[in-house]
Design a binder for this molecule. Structure first.
Ligand code: ATP
Length: 199
């Protein structure tokens, strides 16, 4: 399930639409300090559903939109697309090629697309769940993340192993089912009260 292509348009320092092709093997990205190397990994994390502006070194999600420079006006939107080769079907999706796009407007409106179809953030998260590259996995290690992992609470560190072992998906489904069960129980209690009142 290799990431084969990254298309960045209006994200942080990428004012101009930029396509990065990842071929087989290792891709190294080099450049002077402040040239935008970290912005590339942040663009990948953002497209995969990163919800914390702080972890993308901003105060507000709108801060990721190109803010202008000496020579260019600020932009009003940003868009990042990840293209995966899904021949091995490691991504939970039927197609052999899967593209995931996230867009944001300066108004704050944001949306996601999978293979051009509008989807919810939940769908994007589910697509990557158990693939080993979900947003918080160790597939992407940003600056400072090593210290953060070493200093994290054992329970938080356990989540990393659970994801690698493929059980996080089931834990999340179990939590959702338990939530629904509680709601159903509450409804039953309410219905019983109503029945008693009517008797
Ligand atoms: P280093 O090697 O020092 O870690 P780097 O190559 O990883 O640097 P980044 O941290 O990715 O560089 O990029 C920082 C640059 O991105 C800065 O020049 C900053 O001004 C620019 N930048 C960040 N957010 C925006 C934005 N919203 N609009 C325009 N430029 C931005």
């Amino acid at each position: 399930m290799p990431l084969t292509e990254l298309i960045i348009d209006g994200f942080k320092s990428f004012a101009q639409k930029t396509t990065i092709n990842f071929n087989n093997g290792i891709t190294g990205i080099v450049g002077p300090n402040g040239s935008g190397k970290s912005n590339i990994t942040e663009a990948i994390r953002w497209a995969m559903g990163e919800a914390s502006a702080k972890s993308l070194r901003g105060n507000n999600m709108k801060d990721i939109i190109f803010a202008g420079s000496e020579f260019r006006k600020p932009l009003n939107s940003a868009q990042v697309t990840l293209v995966f080769d899904n021949h091995d079907h490691q991504l939970n999706f039927k197609d052999d090629k899967v593209s995931v796009t996230r867009r944001i407007l300066r108004s704050g409106d944001s949306d996601y697309l999978i293979n051009g179809q509008s989807v919810r953030l939940k769908d994007v998260r589910e697509l990557f769940l158990d693939s080993g590259i979900s947003q918080n996995s160790l597939a992407i290690i940003s600056q400072g993340r090593v210290d953060q992992i070493l200093n994290s609470r054992p329970e938080d560190r356990r989540e990393i192993f659970e994801e690698a072992a493929g059980v996080l998906h089931f834990k999340q489904q179990k939590a959702a089912a338990q939530g629904q069960l509680e709601k159903t129980n509450d409804n039953l209690i309410r219905i019983n009260d109503l029945v008693k009142e009517l008797e």
